[in-house]
Design a protein around this ligand. Structure first.
Ligand code: ZN
Length: 108
């Protein structure tokens, strides 16, 4: 039996492109409004994926972006959807997207 975090990890590994929390919730068969819960899982997942793979695999977050002016929320430290753009005050924010990437291990 997979835990919800293992399922999220599998969804992100198998995804053909980065996914939003909304899309992840849908793929889990969860209410897509459970976005906040998904963000919490991803924050924990990011640590466990990196640890379990010895740093070879990691969760990538594409930061949220303002649909109105294009402002990118580069400094957010944890997965979330900001409510308002600090630059133009718009609330039309494109949520963060996630994927799991892996780096090749090189022998030096
Ligand atoms: Zn803006």
């Amino acid at each position: 039996m997979e835990t919800i975090r293992e399922r999220i990890a599998r969804i992100l590994r198998e995804a053909e492109r980065p996914l939003t929390a909304y899309e992840i919730a849908l793929r889990l068969g969860m209410d897509p409004r459970a976005e906040r819960e998904i963000y919490t899982h991803i924050a924990h997942l990011a640590k466990s994926v990196r640890r379990r793979s010895g740093g070879r695999e990691f969760v990538v977050m594409f930061p949220p972006r303002c649909r109105n002016c294009g402002y990118v929320f580069r400094d957010i430290d944890r997965p979330r959807r900001p409510s308002r753009c600090p630059s133009c005050r718009s609330t039309r924010i494109m949520p963060p997207m996630f994927m799991i990437a892996s780096r090749q291990t090189h022998k030096r």
